[in-house]
Design a protein around this ligand. Structure first.
Ligand SMILES: [Zn+2]
Length: 174
C-alpha cells in the first residue's frame, strides 16, 4: 500500500452531495492541537470541494530542528511547537498533490470554518496583504483565498522580496 493512502479520507453522501470525512490518521495528527483549531479543521472538511488530510499538527522541538536543517522550515519558533498550527494536504482521488491551486480551495473552506467557529486563522500562502499585516485573518478577506494569495504575492514583489508560499499551513491567531 502506498504510504499516502494512510491519510486518504473516506467519502460519505450527505443530502445527495459528496462530502469528505477525516481519516483516523488525520484525527490522530490533530491530537495535541489547540481545540479551536481542531474544531476549524473538523468543520472545514464538510465545506471543502477538495479532499484533504491533516499531515502535521503539534511538533516536538527535535522534529522542528530536523525540518529547519532540511530547509523545510525557516524557524525554530514554529506555531506547530505550541499546537497552534496544522498542515493540510490535498488529495485528488487517492493521490496526494502539492498543486497550489488545490490549496486555495482548501483555504476557502478553512476560512468558512473559521467564521463558523469564530476564531482567527492565518494561511501560509497569504501571510499578509497590502491591507493587513501578518497575521492576516482569513475571515476578514473579502473575496476568494486565490485573490488573497495573489495580493500577498503582489505585496512581497512590491517590497522586492520573494513570497514564502506554504499552502498546506494554517495557524491560529491568538
Ligand atoms: Zn505548517
Amino acid at each position: 500500500m502506498d504510504v499516502r493512502d494512510l491519510w486518504k479520507n473516506t467519502y460519505e453522501w450527505k443530502g445527495g452531495v459528496m462530502s469528505f470525512k477525516l481519516s483516523q490518521r488525520s484525527l490522530d495528527k490533530l491530537e495535541g492541537v489547540d481545540e479551536r483549531l481542531q474544531a476549524i479543521v473538523k468543520t472545514a472538511i464538510h465545506h471543502t470541494k477538495v479532499d484533504f488530510g491533516c499531515i502535521c499538527g503539534r511538533r516536538s522541538l527535535e522534529e522542528q530542528r530536523m525540518l529547519v536543517k532540511k530547509g523545510a522550515s525557516k524557524t525554530l519558533k514554529s506555531k506547530h511547537l505550541d499546537g497552534l498550527a496544522v498542515d493540510l494536504m490535498a488529495y485528488v482521488g487517492s493521490r496526494a498533490s502539492w498543486e497550489l491551486n488545490l490549496y486555495d480551495d482548501i483555504a476557502d473552506a478553512v476560512a468558512q470554518a473559521a467564521r463558523d467557529v469564530g476564531v482567527g486563522v492565518c494561511w501560509g500562502a497569504a501571510w499578509a496583504t497590502p491591507y493587513q499585516a501578518y497575521p492576516m485573518d482569513i475571515r476578514d478577506w473579502k473575496g476568494t483565498m486565490e485573490n488573497a494569495m495573489n495580493a500577498y504575492i503582489d505585496l512581497r514583489r512590491s517590497q522586492n522580496r520573494r513570497p514564502f508560499m506554504d499552502g498546506p499551513h494554517f495557524e491560529l491567531i491568538t
